[in-house]
Design a protein around this ligand. Structure first.
Ligand SMILES: Cc1cc2nc3c(=O)[nH]c(=O)nc-3n(C[C@H](O)[C@H](O)[C@H](O)COP(=O)(O)O)c2cc1C
Length: 192
């Protein structure tokens, strides 16, 4: 069985991201085809990237980097729960992604965006970043509207169809996460 992280991509006080991620995790926890864990960036207290060596060198000096690397490397796939800030993802999530390199490679990802247009522009930016890190982003995604899936833009009340969107996204994340595990384990030959 694969392990999937549901990553809360916002850190600000009063964030909507935590409620969104907990809702996704509650739905995921009803499945029996993978194990799901909430990962909160706030628990890691990462500063702006402060490692001397580029992450691609695979040499981490600092305890906070090693703790974050250990956590991220323990998963086969990720669900990024991202806000939309100025048509992109949050600086906090981008920074946390930038801290690491090989830990992300050959894994799958799904995306849950929220914003005035369902966080669509934030997710599009994340997809580009994931491509550079050899993360396979699944097609199905969840797009929560601040206007129709929240009350007063701040209390999560997702429309009924959004549960089906989560389920479709997780189906793909679990399938691709499992397939790529075989690649990482060396049971499927890596082809250029
Ligand atoms: C700095 C900032 C920039 C934002 N820019 C956008 C934006 O470009 N598009 C959008 O749909 N919402 C935008 N919003 C609204 C956020 O999507 C909304 O506040 C959301 O709840 C933020 O996620 P969070 O509560 O988890 O931090 C912005 C909010 C902030 C704080």
């Amino acid at each position: 069985m694969i392990n999937v992280a549901i990553i809360i991509g916002s850190t600000r006080p009063g964030r909507n991201g935590e409620a969104v991620a907990r809702w996704v995790h509650d739905l995921a926890a009803t499945r029996d085809d993978a194990q799901f864990e909430l990962v909160d960036l706030k628990d890691f207290g990462l500063p702006h990237l402060d490692e001397a060596m580029p992450p691609a060198m695979g040499h981490y000096d600092l305890p906070h980097t090693r703790k974050w690397a250990d956590k991220i490397s323990s998963f086969d796939a990720y669900v990024f729960v991202t806000p939309e800030y100025n048509h992109s993802t949050s600086g906090a999530l981008k920074n946390a992604i930038d801290f690491l390199y090989a830990e992300w490679h050959n894994k799958a990802a799904g995306f849950v965006g929220y914003g005035s247009l369902g966080g669509a522009r934030a997710v599009e930016h994340l997809r580009l970043i994931m491509g550079e890190l050899k993360v396979a982003g699944v097609s199905s995604q969840v797009a929560l509207s601040l206007a129709t899936d929240f009350e007063n833009f701040s209390v999560l009340k997702p429309a009924a169809h959004q549960e089906r969107a989560v389920s479709a996204m997780l189906d793909e994340v679990v399938a691709w996460g499992g397939a790529l595990k075989a690649l990482r384990d060396g049971t499927t030959p890596a082809r250029p």
